[in-house]
Design a binder for this molecule. Structure first.
Ligand SMILES: C[S@@+](CC[C@H](N)C(=O)[O-])C[C@H]1O[C@@H](n2cnc3c(N)ncnc32)[C@H](O)[C@@H]1O
Length: 349
């Protein structure tokens, strides 16, 4: 299990997302249940229920960290596959549909494999995230009912009659790059092949030495290529997604390379100073374009770089990182400047 580190509770809740607003219309029914909140939990709606009757299972470490101060580590699970102990704590699942259908299938089928068939499933999500897929996905295995619609969201209930077969082996995928095998799982960035921005970074990768961090590692491609080219580096790879961390472990093992794989929200769980940080940072939060996480990474990177340490960051050319890099590091170098992507390098003075 990925154990979230405690973070100070601000006592404030995040604003409710549209799916939670739809669930809120059914609060009277739900408040009598033992609830398991699962899936893409982008808000703190679960805090409207008794913590003694609420548990969380998520693939996202940052969501687990946010809810940990309120629920405690026994009730917040952040693992690739759900643990059997979850079966003891819930009679009702509230599943938040993520934007990726394959990720939803892995999540839901792995839960169906361990929860009793009597479990009452509520599945909610935005129409633009593909919540309609609930019907073809689940109707072969039980009764699916559309319960409510509002705010461009749908709420379904599902009662399983015959759980679908589940084997994690069926969810693995892989692609090759320069003699290396990159192992991937549903929901991971660039599941089917190397991203063009990451490729640019790897083509221009300067010589590396010392402690190297692959920040937001996805399936681990940047880190393993770096390790293959410069075997003497001490490699750390970090991400917030449980499947990304599992895929990175698998990618390292498959290529017989070593590296330390850490669940971390930005730098939250990273220790010590790095000589080089390489990253193709996120620019979406859910479906929204967002540069917030990357802006925070740039600001914090200074504190995690050794003297003369370097940050190498590749990003879509339209994203406004040059000014922020200059404000934080004094200046920046453009190692590559293409119409679609820019590769920046900054050095800690
Ligand atoms: C654009 S992808 C790059 C993945 C990989 N490095 C590659 O080149 O294929 C960005 C990665 O950052 C991760 N990520 C998003 N928010 C994060 C956060 N707050 N802290 C750490 N990683 C995060 C995502 O899960 C995703 O794997």
């Amino acid at each position: 299990m990925i154990r979230p580190t405690h973070q100070q509770s601000s006592g404030r809740c995040t604003p409710l997302t549209a799916p939670s607003q739809l669930l809120e219309r059914h609060q009277v029914t739900l408040s009598t249940r033992h609830l398991l909140f699962a899936g893409d939990l982008q808000d703190d709606y679960c805090r409207q229920f008794s913590p003694h009757h609420t548990s969380v299972y998520t693939h996202y470490y940052h969501h687990a960290r946010r809810l940990l101060p309120w629920l405690g580590s026994a009730r917040v699970h952040c693992t690739l596959l759900p643990e059997r102990s979850l079966t003891a704590v819930c009679d009702t699942v509230l599943y938040y549909w993520p934007k990726n259908k394959g990720e939803a299938q892995l999540h839901i089928f792995s839960l169906l494999a361990i929860l009793p068939v009597t479990t009452d499933w509520w599945l909610v999500g935005e129409q633009r995230s593909g919540i309609r897929h609930v019907e073809p996905l689940l109707s072969p295995f039980g009764i699916v009912t559309l319960v409510d619609t509002a705010r461009r969201c749908r709420l379904y209930r599902f009662r399983c009659t015959l759980p679908p077969p589940f084997d994690l082996l069926n969810y693995w995928d892989r692609y090759g790059y320069q003699g290396l095998t990159i192992k991937t799982l549903p929901g991971i960035f660039s599941r089917d092949g190397l991203d063009a921005g990451s490729q640019l970074l790897l083509e221009q990768l300067p010589a590396l030495q010392g402690r190297v961090l692959d920040l937001g590692c996805g399936a681990g491609v940047l880190g393993v290529v770096a390790k293959q080219r410069y075997p003497a580096i001490q490699l750390t790879l970090s991400d917030v997604q449980a499947p990304a961390l599992a895929a990175t472990q698998a990618t390292l093992a498959e290529n017989q390379l070593s590296g330390s794989v850490v669940a971390s929200e930005g730098f939250s769980d990273l220790q010590g100073l790095f000589d080089v940080i390489i990253t193709n940072p996120p620019f979406h939060e859910g479906r929204q374009l967002s540069t917030q996480a990357t802006a925070a990474w740039i600001r914090n990177a200074r504190d995690y770089l050794a003297p003369a340490g370097r940050l190498l960051l590749v990003a879509n050319a339209f994203l406004p990182y040059a000014t922020l890099l200059d404000q934080t590091f004094g200046s920046h170098q453009l190692l590559a400047n293409q119409s679609r992507f820019k590769l920046y390098q900054v050095t800690k003075q």
